[in-house]
Design a binder for this molecule. Structure first.
Ligand code: GLA
Length: 388
């Protein structure tokens, strides 16, 4: 990938002298879904797949972007003097938003740059191709312009800020944080209310994390994601008439049950119930994992799926088939939809000796029930962004 980007860079811009290459990972979330913007906990890990860039500073104010994954779109050009989002800018609204957010923070970007990117995360799969592109862009800017005071947590916050305020998607911090702070062989337990985090080694002994792509593309900006978030905010306001909490993540299940009648609508009540229970489930799941109780972790993953399916209604029929078929297979420790939802992937923990059977049976059942062929990735947990 790296050489391909450098070659393309030379072809587009005359030579590749002084070009640097960079990488930022995608992520998969093991448990803790739709809890981040509700002040709860998440437990994602960075992947070894992600987005790569070859980049170099220019002497003028022009910015050129090119993606080898979207070569049909050609070179997309903008300037430091024109950083408004536009439909014509397509995918470059993500890196443009990050440049805009850097400047908005008072970070100095005195010249434009040329950047060729390429990625190996299937787009729309829910493995955070956009967050990895945002973190990658921030990482490139920090390096090109010597902005060494910007930390990796800042890169995550800037990515989220630009996605919220430039791209109109009210995402939480999980994806950008997982990409910017990833650590090989570890998942990250992140308290999204405080940004306190700890790494937890994922030593599954005789099992692997398997991601299954439903091939149903999710489109979060247009989807019900922002609506889910608004419903949770409204439910929180209603609960706050009874209990003194800052976020849904502050509530225990018991406190929620004792006060849920303050929520004046059944759908809103279920959305909030998911957020409260999922947060507690995430804390318990990580405790179980630390004790080496992978079976308990898997059970909690399954409960997470049921809650996303029934209470949050952010699954889709295809991902329900993937998870429910997985639960039937001996050797599957847990399986659930992962990420924003409404399509995308499931994540499963599968015993090594069951992986082949898992792939065969899921493929057959999915073809029969949904007329689609799934794709599988056996996950390796990687590091955060790097330059090489
Ligand atoms: C998307 C968002 C995240 C998070 C998940 C759901 O991936 O970008 O912030 O809310 O959905 O857990």
């Amino acid at each position: 990938m790296k050489q391909q980007l450098v070659d393309k860079f030379a072809e587009l811009f005359g030579d590749a002298e002084g070009v640097s290459t960079y990488f930022a990972p995608g992520r998969v979330n093991l448990i803790g879904e739709h809890t981040d913007y509700n002040g709860g906990h998440v437990f994602p890990c960075a992947l070894t797949i992600g987005t790569y860039a070859a980049a170099r500073k220019r002497n003028d104010r022009t910015i050129n972007f090119y993606s080898i994954n979207q070569s049909g779109k050609g070179l997309i050009t903008t300037s430091l003097d024109d950083l408004t989002p536009s439909d014509a800018a397509g995918w470059t609204n993500y890196p443009k938003g990050v440049v805009w957010a850097f400047i908005g923070r008072g970070l100095e970007i005195p010249t434009g740059f040329d950047m060729v990117i390429g990625g190996d995360i299937p787009a729309g799969s829910g493995l955070s191709s956009s967050a990895s592109l945002e973190v990658l862009t921030g990482f490139v800017l920090r390096d090109l312009y010597g902005l060494h005071d910007v930390t990796n947590i800042d890169l995550a916050l800037i990515g989220q800020y630009s996605e919220n305020n430039y791209n109109g998607m009210n995402c939480g911090i999980m994806d950008q944080f997982a990409s910017a702070m990833g650590k090989k062989d570890n998942a990250i337990l992140l308290d999204c209310a405080t940004l306190e985090y700890e790494y937890a080694p994922i030593a599954l002994k005789d099992a692997k994390i398997v991601v299954t792509n439903s091939k149903v593309k999710h489109s979060l900006v247009d989807s019900a994601y922002n609506e889910r978030r608004a419903f949770c905010e409204k439910a929180l306001e209603e609960l706050q008439t009874r209990v003194n909490v800052k976020t849904l993540g502050d509530l225990t299940e018991e406190e929620f049950e004792a006060n849920k009648d303050a929520i004046g609508d059944e759908v809103r009540m279920r959305r909030a119930r998911h957020a409260v229970y999922e947060n507690r489930r995430t804390i318990r799941a990580v405790e179980a994992l630390k004790k080496g109780d992978v079976a308990e972790f898997g059970k909690l993953m399954n409960q997470s799926h049921v809650s996303l399916r029934d209470d949050y209604e952010s699954s889709c029929p295809e991902c329900d088939v993937l998870a429910e078929e997985a639960w039937k297979i001996d050797g599957v420790i847990g399986s659930r939809i992962t990420g924003g939802g409404f399509g995308g992937c499931t994540v499963s923990i599968v015993r090594d000796d069951a992986i082949d059977v898992f792939k065969e049976r899921i493929t057959a059942a999915y073809k029969e029930k949904c007329s689609l062929t799934p794709e599988f990735y056996v996950v390796s947990i990687g590091d955060g962004p790097y330059k090489d």
